[in-house]
Ligand binder design. Structure first.
Ligand SMILES: [Zn+2]
Length: 157
């Protein structure tokens, strides 16, 4: 599938750019691969990069560079393992899949599922908003450590 997938386009949202459906999309539709530059550096990080497992990161190109987070997303990233010629784990292939039926002109979102160390406040506005952009399974531990940190900062004064 080409980078300029006809199913989606990049559009404006209040705080930057987002990806929008250009037509009705059915749940389970494969919306194509997230293409971009594969970076072979375990310490690499950027606001848009996707962890590809092992030591790889992906710096995605448009349109999927602009997929925004929502705590009730309508899409998800599907990752597929790959193997290098020497048998070591290769960079995962990442594809976007529709989780629910999506109408044309609706913004596509995914759950970033960030680790607790990278969590930031979430403003997605969904009814199920967790308040933080952080993986659901790390939320409880994150909130606890967040409270602990605040407490230890107070004690340090
Ligand atoms: Zn949210």
């Amino acid at each position: 599938m080409s980078v300029d997938s006809p199913l989606v386009c990049v559009g404006k949202v209040p705080f930057g750019k987002g990806v929008f459906a250009t037509q009705d999309i059915l749940a389970g539709t494969d919306l194509g691969e997230v293409q971009g530059k594969v970076i072979d550096d375990p310490d690499y990080s950027s606001p848009y990069c996707i962890d590809l497992g092992s030591r790889y990161s992906l710096e995605p190109r448009a349109p999927y560079r602009y997929l925004n987070h929502c705590c009730s997303p309508n899409c998800q990233l599907m990752t597929h393992e790959t193997v290098c010629e020497d048998g070591t784990p290769g960079p995962r292939e990442v594809r976007v899949e529709a989780l629910i039926d999506i109408s044309g002109d609706v913004e596509l979102t995914i759950d970033y599922q960030w680790s607790a160390t990278g969590a930031i406040r979430c403003l997605c506005g969904s009814q199920a908003c967790r308040g933080w952009i952080v993986a659901e399974e790390e939320l409880a531990a994150f909130l606890q450590s967040n409270t602990r940190q605040r407490r230890s900062r107070t004690l340090a004064k």
